[in-house]
Design a protein around this ligand. Structure first.
Ligand code: ZN
Ligand code: ZN
Ligand code: FE
Length: 762
């Protein structure tokens, strides 16, 4: 049978992350290999393929395209229509067709790919040792894009005119650098420079010279993809301590960049999932259990059994790490400020910290921090969604009626812009307490609106009146004359998990976190909500307790311990915990509580973690959010399974209250009996899992709901993240936890958009 007698022509519309990821050359190569004719074109945000040939080969083409797309592409849908054959002579790539109102997705930055790495190391390749090597599969994207559609003239590479050889590669559809916008080589690309902290260029080959200085104890600033890092020898205790002092960072762990898997495995225990995460194109910081005796300086991560490991993700990192041991690699900033990404700020802000600066002349337009991931026994927990992940879009379960901006929360700030059923999340912007962080938030919102051509016709915010993003939302809505929508913090957490799993039917939402503003103006954080994306009812919560001293209680978990001891009727002066505390301090806290002075009420599970950590003798003071919970988790992880402590469930009008006073008394009894802190920590974790199952079981009886979503920063805890859904499943529930979206406040904006969509639809 002659196949040409049965020619068909199909038009395929491919939707997803399909631009800026080498999709068209991939399609061209596949069609050519299969002997098919037609064309491929970027139109607005999608790729359109016209493909012609015999039906069986056409089917083969579609199968292969869906099964093995280019590594960075995500095909969300593929629509097919049949049109009459046109008998073209070959397969061609057409120029992009733009649409100013629908520019497509913003691709994330991607680590140097294996093919580029081979060229980087090949002495015979013309890009041997070129610190800016990249291709359609790798290199900077978000951080160099000034405008969309994504083309070289709209990136910070516009100032680098391509040399004839790069131009030929860029124009050749069969070349792996076809339309690779940041393509560069030693003849035409950016250049690297090593300077002192006044900006004066230092003699020598920059990377080897930097390696030499790092070995001698220097602190360096290295311009990366999304900003400047501070780096030093991770095995040099004195230098790491010096970096901590200069950066004003007490105990929060530093991440370490390691050369390869051998180096990583000498420092931490890695399983297959951890290994593939370290080497994935997104290259997040991986938190992994550290090995006991390593050469890493004690000050790198003084307070945790986890080590943050990171693989090189730019050619500069690869070349540097080839010459050094493990390097501390931490965001270049002053304490709580955003990561520095502008060249003129680097010297002024980091000049007092770093001795040497490795800089280059490719501008960074958008700051983007490193992503952070850890693994529970049942898979990943994305703690921070930034480089490599953001701004990949997320589908919303219910489409938005109007373009909407969700401003997120105050800490671990992320905002989201939504149009239709698509939500685009900003990278992690850090804590917005400081003015420079807030300024960075404003710049990023404006940038994303411009890139995505979204002019919000609705603005969603948290209920908390003092969050900087809430104030911004109010001002912006007033000046733009657009409607505002306030979403309760824990409803947003629950909705984020529903959105991630495509849920719109009613569920039980278990949201445990540090603090979030409640409907009643108190601080919530141990909530069981029942409802859907549009509305919820607070069906159960942790018993309220006072936080003596307000903000001081956040920094001193022992204050929460005293509050719970008093509530539980434990003798304040006769237990192993209070014996270690000065009497006047105990008396002061007792007074604050009994007289209700500066003692706001909370139902937070995070604060219960604080109390138990202090009672367990492992944390009286903290220097960063979540530190007490982190210590308790790492103790629990060292203990075998234990029975959980008792928590009472009390009916109070139409809500259930989880009363942890029996748990508090049991912790004190165990401590008095000399039970190991690891076992106490373990029993506490089991108690929380048991309490969730018991509460959900009562709520199931009342509502008939069997689906549960788990959200909130407490589920950054790998034991709870893994064991809670497993225990719920054993009890007959279908439970979901976060996987692609951070459980903490980094997920709020997605939830806010999902709630907005549901309310707009009513
Ligand atoms: Zn590459
Ligand atoms: Zn060139
Ligand atoms: Fe929260």
């Amino acid at each position: 049978m002659n196949p040409t007698n049965h020619r068909e022509r199909h038009v395929l519309r491919v939707v997803g992350l399909v631009q800026g990821v080498g999709f068209r050359p991939h399609v061209h190569a596949l069609a050519t290999r299969l002997g098919l004719t037609g064309s491929v074109q970027n139109r607005t945000g999608d790729v359109w393929i016209e493909i012609e040939g015999d039906p069986r080969t056409l089917a083969e083409f579609t199968v292969q395209l869906e099964r093995t797309p280019p590594p960075l592409a995500h095909i969300k849908s593929l629509e097919r229509t049949r049109v009459p054959p046109q008998h073209d002579a070959s397969f061609t790539i057409h120029a992009s067709l733009g649409d100013a109102t629908h520019p497509g997705e913003i691709p994330p930055d991607i680590a140097t790919c294996p093919a580029c790495l081979r060229e980087l190391r090949d002495p015979n390749d013309r890009r041997h040792g070129h610190p800016f090597i990249n291709c359609t599969d790798c290199g900077p994207r978000l951080t160099i894009i000034k405008n969309l559609p994504y083309d070289r003239e709209r990136t910070t590479m516009a100032g680098f005119a391509m040399c004839p050889r790069c131009r030929a590669e860029y124009d050749d559809p069969s070349n792996r650098r076809f339309h690779a916008q940041p393509v560069a080589c030693p003849d035409c690309g950016p250049t690297l420079r090593l300077t002192d902290n006044h900006g004066t260029t230092l003699a020598g080959d920059p990377i080897p010279e930097l390696a030499r200085r790092l070995a001698a104890g220097a602190i360096a600033t290295i311009k990366g993809i999304g900003g400047y890092h501070l780096a030093c020898d991770a095995t040099d205790e004195q230098t790491v301590q010096r970096l901590r002092i200069l950066k004003h960072r007490d105990e929060k762990p530093f991440a370490i960049m390691v050369r390869d898997l051998t180096a990583a495995e000498s420092l931490a225990h890695l399983d297959d999932a951890a290994r593939s995460s370290l080497t994935a194109p997104a290259r997040p910081i991986l938190l992994a259990p550290r090995r006991d005796s390593t050469s890493i300086a004690a000050s790198v991560a003084p307070d945790t059994d986890l080590l943050g490991l990171l693989f090189p993700y730019t050619p500069i990192h690869h070349q540097l790490l080839a010459l050094t041991g493990p390097l501390v690699m931490t965001s270049g900033n002053l304490s709580d400020e955003p990561i520095v990404h502008l060249d003129d700020e680097a010297i002024t802000k980091l000049g007092t910290i770093a001795d040497v600066f490795l800089v280059h002349d490719r501008p960074i337009v958008a700051a983007c921090e490193d992503s952070v991931v850890r693994f529970a026994a049942d898979g990943p927990i994305l703690l921070r969604r930034a480089r490599g992940h953001a701004p990949l879009s997320e589908p919303l379960p219910i489409p938005l009626r109007v373009p909407t901006l969700a401003v997120g929360g105050q800490l671990k700030s992320v905002f989201a812009l939504g149009r239709g059923a698509t939500a685009t999340l900003s990278p992690h912007l850090g804590d917005l307490d400081a003015a420079p962080a807030h300024a960075a938030f404003l710049i990023m919102v404006e940038r994303f609106e411009q890139l995505l051509r979204i002019h919000p016709a609705c603005i969603v915010h948290d209920l908390h009146p003092d969050y900087a993003p809430t104030r911004y939302a109010l001002e912006r809505a007033a000046s733009d004359g657009v409607p505002l929508l306030a979403v309760q913090h824990h409803h947003a957490h629950m909705a984020a998990c529903m959105a991630e799993h495509g849920l719109r039917e009613p569920v039980i939402g278990v949201t445990f976190d540090g603090l979030g503003y409640g409907d009643d103006g108190t601080l919530w954080g141990g909530e069981f909500l029942v409802g859907d994306l549009a509305t919820v009812r607070r069906a159960a919560h942790l018993a309220p307790i006072g936080m003596p001293g307000g903000g001081a209680a956040l920094r001193e978990p022992r204050r929460m311990a005293i509050a719970w001891l008093l509530a539980a009727g434990v003798d304040l002066h006769d237990n192993p915990f209070s014996r270690g505390l000065p009497r006047p301090f105990l008396a002061l806290i007792e007074q604050l509580i009994t007289r209700k002075i500066n003692t706001p009420t909370t139902t937070s599970i995070g604060r219960l973690f604080d109390a138990v950590a202090a009672l367990n003798g492992v944390c009286n003071h903290t220097s960063f959010e979540g530190q007490a919970a982190m210590r308790l988790e790492s103790l629990a992880a060292q203990s075998p399974d234990e029975l959980g402590y008792p928590v009472d469930l009390v009916h109070s009008s139409d809500t259930l209250v989880l009363d942890p006073r029996p748990l508090i008394r049991a912790v004190v009894a165990d401590r008095t009996a000399g039970i190991a802190p690891t076992r106490i920590a373990r029993r506490f974790h089991t108690a929380l899992v048991d309490a969730v199952v018991a509460t959900c079981t009562v709520l199931r009886e009342a509502t008939g709901l069997t689906r549960v979503v788990l959200s909130g920063g407490v589920f950054n805890n790998a034991i709870l993240a893994c064991e809670t859904p497993a225990a719920l499943a054993r009890a007959g529930f279908t439970a979901h936890r976060h996987r692609r979206i951070p459980p903490g406040d980094g997920g709020l904006a997605l939830g806010q958009l999902a709630v907005a969509a549901a309310r707009q639809a009513r």
